[in-house]
Design a protein around this ligand. Structure first.
Ligand code: 5RP
Length: 296
């Protein structure tokens, strides 16, 4: 029986040693045990040549309605989709605002159940069934996981249901670390949440930047993508992406720091320079300024 007695703090992460488990071409980690079809969908999320991804997250409307920068998805997404690898959104957004002929990977928001009017966002359900995920040709299903929150058990149940159905039909699950209001954004918390999500069987984990991110990545046997979090000045956001890539994340899944940028297309391009061309933050910042100037 699991118990908490005698637990010792983990410390031997050895982040300098690359992951030794199953990998796909390009180094997508943790996929060795997956069916061929799931591996193929993982390559729609992570580029096969470098195992990295730039995901554009615009699923905020599932609990926020129209938020700053996302007022007109029908105008925003066609402008940005050529500059990113994956689109992360709701089924309502895809079917009404996103051209079906786009070449991006598709990460589908499948959990929901709260709104910004709720005091506690942690009580969600799996609102989108696997059949509709298949109908939309989704390459991943995104589920919010509220470790430590009141809705912890519900969100773990939601995640497990998606993993079970995803393994049956070949769609990877993206577990999104959702920091409940009462939770501290500490390395200890993120080490707990990311590893739990991976151990429960998610094929991808999304989490936030924090100290000791290299250890968090080393301890996670599947790819971690960085959520952008609240809007920062573009230069700071690019420095955060650079630092996260240096810690070993497999890319980013950014929303507000792209679509609330002064020039979203320029920001997407600058982020992609860091993720896929290993550019420095300074080089990406310079490119952002040049592209922004051209576009304004
Ligand atoms: C919203 C989400 C977003 O997909 C995730 O937070 C990334 O968006 P941002 O970069 O704006 O944080 O899960 O609940």
């Amino acid at each position: 029986m699991a118990d908490k007695e005698g637990l010792k703090t983990a410390k031997n992460y050895r982040p300098e040693i690359p992951f030794a488990g199953g990998r796909l071409p390009g180094g997508i980690k943790g996929v060795g045990g997956l069916d061929w079809g799931m591996q193929r969908r993982m390559t729609h999320i992570f580029r096969p040549d470098d195992g990295k991804t730039v995901m554009l997250a615009f699923d905020h409307g599932y609990f926020m309605g129209s938020t700053s920068g996302l007022e007109r998805l029908d105008l925003l997404i066609p402008e940005l989709m050529d500059g990113v690898d994956v689109l992360m959104g709701t089924r309502g957004a895809f079917r009404t605002c996103v051209p079906s002929g786009n070449r991006c990977g598709l990460a589908l928001r499948v959990s929901s159940g709260s709104s910004v009017l709720d005091d506690d966002l942690s009580h969600e359900v799996v609102a989108v069934g696997i059949e509709d995920a298949l109908r939309l040709d989704a390459d991943a299903m995104a589920v919010q996981v509220f470790i430590g929150a009141d809705g912890e058990k519900e969100s773990i149940s939601n995640l497990s249901r998606c993993i079970n159905e995803g393994l049956t039909y070949g769609i990877p699950t993206l577990g999104v670390v959702a920091v409940g209001k009462q939770m501290e954004r500490t390395p200890r918390y993120f080490k707990l949440a990311t590893r739990m999500i991976a151990e429960l069987g998610a094929q991808i984990v999304k989490s936030y930047f924090c100290d000791e991110l290299d250890e968090i990545v080393a301890a996670c046997p599947v790819p971690i993508v960085l959520a952008g979090g609240k809007k920062l000045p573009e230069k700071d956001a690019l420095e955060m992406v650079r630092r996260a890539m240096d810690c070993g994340v497999s890319g980013v899944d950014m929303g507000r720091n792209v679509f609330q940028s002064a020039c979203p297309a320029a920001m997407a391009r600058a982020v992609s320079m860091i993720v896929h061309a290993d550019a420095s933050a300074a080089e990406a910042w310079e490119a952002f300024r040049e592209i922004s100037h051209e576009k304004t």
